[in-house]
Design a protein. Structure first.
Length: 131
């Protein structure tokens, strides 16, 4: 747990494993004023293997954010975001697409009965897509 100060306001930053959700949670809570009245922000990272040992994060598609009343200054939010990001628990599983096959323009034709069918395909390199 850490306590941050910004413009005279205090913020508590903590991280913990939340059993009911099977997720690692990063929490930012405003603690200036009466308890429970400050703004809060929670980032939950789902556990890929909740019953099999140490925490293993799922990809960013399984992350969730919840927040409460009030506002959090941008500089505090950015610092919190950076801390969560440097934990390594938020990641993507997507990989760049690969081109498989012949990239040259093709013209395929075939016949069925008396009809002739033709398919033209070509590759858009700027979109990494076949048409």
């Amino acid at each position: 747990m850490e306590i941050w100060e910004h413009d005279g306001n205090l913020y508590e930053v903590s991280s913990y494993y939340c059993l009911p959700e099977d997720a690692w949670t990063y929490a930012l809570q405003g603690i200036t004023g009466p308890p429970g009245t400050g703004p809060h922000l929670d980032v939950s990272v789902a556990d890929m293997t909740p019953d099999e040992g140490p925490f293993a994060p799922k990809s960013q598609h399984h992350g969730a954010v919840s927040f409460g009343p009030g506002s959090i200054p941008w500089l505090v939010l950015r610092r919190f975001r950076d801390q969560v990001q440097t934990s390594g628990d938020i990641f993507t599983t997507s990989r760049p697409a690969e081109v498989v096959g012949d990239i040259r323009r093709t013209n395929n034709a075939w016949h069925y009965g008396d009809q002739r069918f033709e398919v033209n395909s070509f590759y858009f390199s700027d979109r990494n897509a076949w048409c």
